[in-house]
Design a protein around this ligand. Sequence first.
Ligand code: 4NP
Length: 157
Amino acid sequence: MPKQQYILFICLGNICRSPMAETIFASMVEERGLSDSFVIDSAGLHDYHEGDMADPRMRRHASMHGYYITHRSRPIEMQDFSRFDYIIGMDRQNIRALQMMQPAGSKAQVLEMASFLRHHQSDSVPDPYYGGDAQFEHVISLLEDACASLLDWLTEA
Ligand code: 4NP
C-alpha cells in the first residue's frame, strides 16, 4: 500500500451524503489503526451551502449511529483533481459532472460509490435532501457497506 492515500468524497451539496461518507470512512480507518495512511475529505459540486455544517437531519441520523460530522461544506476545486488519488461520487450525475470537470492528465481516479456495494443492490447513493427519515437511514446503511468494501480494496491494493 502507498504511504498515504488521498480520498475525496463528492456529492451535490456537500451537506448530506459526502460528509457522511467522509465521517464513516474516517471512523473505519481509525478503527483499523490506519489514520496515518489516509487523507480524507469531502466536497460538493455546487457552492450553495459553502461554509455550512452538514444538514441537521443528516447529523441527527449520524449521531444515532455513533458518528459525529464536523465537516463544513466546500465546493470542489480544480486542484482537487491533482491532490487526491481517488474522487468518489455518489450518483451518475456526480460522476458525469466530475468527468466533465477533470483536467486532462490529472492523477485522480473518479469512481462511483455504488460500485463498492457488497450487501446492497443499488446503482447510486440517492440524494436524501427531499426525503424523510427512511432516506437518511438508507444513506447511512449504503455508505457503511460501500466504505467497508472501499477500505478493503484500498488496503489490498
Ligand atoms: P447532498 O444533498 O448532495 O447529499 O449534500 C443535497 C444537499 C443540498 C441540495 C441538494 C442535495 N440542494 O439542492 O441544496
